[in-house]
Write a protein that binds this ligand. Sequence first.
Ligand code: UD1
Length: 449
Amino acid sequence: MTAGYVLVKKSRPLQGVVDVYGAKNAVLVILTSLILTEGVSVLENVPNNADVRLMMQLLQELGAQVSFDAESKKLTVDTFGICRYEIRPDIMNKMRASILVMGPLLARFGKARVALPGGDLIGQRPINYHLNGFKKMGVTTSRKDPFVEADLSRIPQGPTYTRVVLEYPSVGATENLMMFASIGQGQVAIINAALEPEIFDLIDVLTKMGARIQILPGATILIEGVARLNPITHTIVPDRLEVGALLVSAAITGGNITVANAKPDHLDIFLEKLSDMGHTIITQRVENSWQLAPGITIKAAHRSRATSFKTCPYPGFPTDLQPLMMAALCVAEGISHVEETVYENRMIHTQELAKMGAQIAVNGTKATIRGVEALYGKDVIASDIRASCALALAGLVAFDQTTITGVHHWQRGFDQLEKKLAYLGAPIELIEDHTSGQESLPKIQILPS
Ligand code: UD1
């Protein structure tokens, strides 16, 4: 963990055009999918954040060669030398997404040995959907603390057809099972699958590798296993969560910004809510950006109006944007209601927002927010990636200055978001303290740009 903090002061309305990098949640799973191939793959538009660097380190520990040009965001991975199928508990504990190696390792080696990822502050986050799905597909799992061992000992003779019904459209379980099913002889139908944009990016990657995947009615993903998959070159889908953060930064300061390289259809309900709040949203192609790319412009009202929403799997309102939108609602005119349905404990940021003067009544997974005229800068603590962003956005409309500790969460999720916000006019700075925690940073070969 790196000490340090994000320092935010009250901002003028933000103005300008910014671009977004590739989605962290897409890169993480796509990196694990490379285990399915043997050879050199190239990923473009890869954000340089701590979670992505940790996943690069994980691949290195399995035997891959990784080099990352942090300036041009180009990542090259040679998976030829992958020879291990065990993940160390200390890596698993740092990042839940490391469970996503399980499907690819099972497909490559018929075995995987990974530590249980454990819960975090926003919820318990079990992996039962992943394990139940693997069992349906012939995998035996056993618990040998701190590890879960998975073994595909019963290799089916001839083609099979397996239906895996997910009780809930879990993003990670859908990804893990889909990757496992991509190599083999049988067909697997994942019913009630998650269909997030990052899953479509993974399907795009797997299809480029040579996988046979179809989306069928009933949120069903049908995968027909193939004998082998090949390395790919791929540009990561833009990060809809970074887009959301930038749009809220304009909404909360009454600004006028354009986010280039943003896909409006990945954020439909979120954009509807921004419109409900009185902001003008224009979806367009941006011609004065460095390249012709789709974009979203927000011309924000002087003050937001209250709105209400509940989080849901895609295409519903994304849980990861709930804390950010809540920051904007704290200073909106009127009373808003927010319900969190994805995580049982994702209201922790409300305590920190309340320290800044927000009026929020929380009842379990529901919050009622009475908008106030002003917030006040305080020393607050980020409990997770999205909470760190929500507090920084609140800091943009708070008198005096806000300092946000728990800054490693910010660094896990974002690649220089503070610099993009500063470019738009926000007085925000990331103050890093490298005197502690450096040993935990992975050593990736980062090429000179
Ligand atoms: C992914 C995203 C995360 C986002 C979440 C929901 C990545 C790296 N992370 O996380 O940013 O907030 O989707 O959009 O892509 N659950 C179970 N059992 C399981 C799996 C999940 O009970 O086996 C529960 C979880 O505890 C949670 C809910 O299902 O309450 C959704 O989890 P899931 O969709 O799996 O999220 P992740 O893939 O972990």
